[in-house]
Design a protein around this ligand. Structure first.
Ligand SMILES: [Zn+2]
Length: 502
């Protein structure tokens, strides 16, 4: 051991060299091992996808695969729609409130129809009825009296909306816990609207008239005048400040090394223009003030009477507010429509206007892209501008009846438009991210490399700040290495290799 017996510079540099050689060897061995693990995982994935017989993928094995696989983030996710009805009932019981035995609504004041949650749970038929009324449960798998699926879906929120708002800290912790268990490291959830309301009949009449004339400059002027009126209302800033303060308090303690939660605020689209603008203005101001609020959205059925009539006007409002608050990012529910649901001309411009007028960075759903005017050019623009589309397969199948080969997911993939896979309302739809990847893989045969790219997109196209985004990309890489190492060990150990699991 001559090199180590002396304190000379020569000895020290030799030691450094040795360590360097060792380190690079370790790296090389590690890289080699990672590649082997990746290859084994890819082979196993192809075997359960049954690539030679694509009509019969192994759904159970795919479900297991995607349950264990790291899934990055969920970027199209509604807070209240993510909580299960069973959890809402726990909260009703904790509040000491009741359920009306006929309407199945929550009762704050006891009546002769009131049932405690314990009484409800003891009545199996009624309990089941509540679960299928407060969510989409049992809608498809047996015959019973049903309303149209989109009406069923949107009606559920009236049962638990206020309850969900009263229990935000508990709700967020429930969602975090579930995310950790499902190997999800980031949630960007649509949490709440800023409850600032200002109705102005004169402004409504003026904006409707200007919308008819498609007079953009006059609309901007009208919005500026209305905004000055709102600014003069001391309640406006107070309401926004209180909203930001509450989110900051509700968020406390949620983020850690394994998990991050961020929020979007939103406006409800089926209201008169003055109400939409006032609420949206408050949302933009809140998002501008808080680092936790990373984006603004618009929600509610896109085929609603007002939502359809004022779509273009709403996009003008987003444009005006984006100019005032350039830091605030926009994700937009757009193109959640289908032929027959609305008149054909309504299908031709929503995604385009969301991008070109409102400046949306991500599109929620985008199901009617094939009906857009000049859809080829629009797809090219989405690719060039890196506008990601949030794909919600279960939700689109349930609400719109669009699935399988009718879904435009393959169009987006073919045109190189970035996609993210999301759940939308996992409590109401009773789904999870793994089920969405299973549907994607089974229906469209996406390769393992393609799946990994989509998972990475869920961090890449998130509205996280740059530092956190980089940290989460690195974390995701590490999680994939662990996952692939596990799959490799499993396939190595399985009798007959990975083919045995076909
Ligand atoms: Zn949604």
């Amino acid at each position: 051991m001559p090199y180590f017996s002396s304190g000379s510079i020569w000895c020290a540099s030799a030691l450094v060299m040795l360590v360097c050689v060792c380190e690079s060897t370790i790296c090389w061995v590690e890289a080699d091992e990672r590649e082997r693990n990746y290859a084994a995982t890819e082979r196993y994935y192809q075997s359960i996808l049954n690539v030679n017989r694509p009509e019969s993928p192994n759904l159970a094995a795919l479900t297991q695969f995607f349950s264990l696989m790291p899934k990055g983030g969920d970027l199209h996710h509604h807070y209240s729609g993510a909580i299960y009805a069973e959890t809402f009932l726990d909260w009703v019981a904790a509040e000491g409130h009741w359920i009306h035995r006929q309407s199945l609504k929550i009762e704050i004041v006891k009546t002769r129809y009131s049932l405690t949650v314990a009484q409800l749970r003891a009545n199996d038929a009624l309990y089941r009825k509540l679960l299928s009324t407060w969510s989409d449960k049992d809608f498809d798998d047996y015959y019973h009296e049903e309303r149209p699926p989109d009406a069923q879906f949107f009606s559920t929120f009236a049962y638990f909306g206020p309850l969900a708002s009263r229990h935000i800290p508990a709700g967020l912790r429930t969602l975090k816990q579930r995310a950790l268990e499902q190997n999800v490291q980031y949630l960007e959830t649509m949490l709440a609207s800023v409850e600032y309301a200002r109705s102005d009949a004169e402004v409504d009449a003026q904006l409707w008239a200007l919308q008819k004339q498609k007079s953009e400059a006059s609309i901007r002027e009208a919005l500026a005048t209305f905004a000055r009126k709102i600014d003069a209302d001391p309640k406006f800033v107070q309401t926004v400040k209180a909203f930001v303060k509450k989110i900051t308090a509700d968020h406390r303690g949620l983020d850690d090394q394994r998990f991050t939660m961020r929020y979007q605020t939103y406006v409800y689209r089926d209201m008169a223009p003055s109400l939409v603008f006032a609420s949206l203005y408050a949302g933009f101001l809140a998002a501008n003030e808080s680092e936790l609020l990373v984006g603004v959205n618009i929600v509610g059925p896109e085929n609603g009477v007002i939502a359809l009539r004022d779509y273009w006007l709403h996009m003008q409002m987003f444009q005006w507010l984006r100019a005032k608050f350039p830091r605030v990012r926009i994700a937009m529910h757009a193109g959640e429509l289908t032929l027959g649901m609305v008149r054909p001309e309504e299908l031709t411009f929503h995604i385009r206007d969301a991008i070109q007028i409102a400046g949306a960075r991500r599109i929620g759903h985008g199901v009617d892209i094939m009906h857009e005017a000049n859809s080829l050019e629009l797809l090219q623009e989405m690719k060039n501008k890196r506008i990601a589309v949030e794909i919600n397969l279960t939700s689109n199948e349930f609400i719109l009846g669009v699935s399988g080969a009718a879904h435009p997911v393959t169009i987006y993939l073919r045109h190189g438009v970035p996609l993210v896979i999301s759940t939308d309302d996992p409590g109401v739809s009773r789904n999870d991210l793994a089920s969405q990847y299973t549907l994607l893989a089974a229906r469209y045969g996406v390769s393992y490399a393609g799946i990994k790219d989509l998972v990475t997109n869920s961090i890449r196209y998130s509205f996280l700040d740059e530092r956190l985004r980089q940290r989460h990309v690195a974390e995701l890489k590490q999680r994939f290495a662990t996952f692939e190492s596990k799959v490799q060990k499993f396939t190595e150990g399985a009798e007959g290799g990975e083919g045995a699991a076909k």
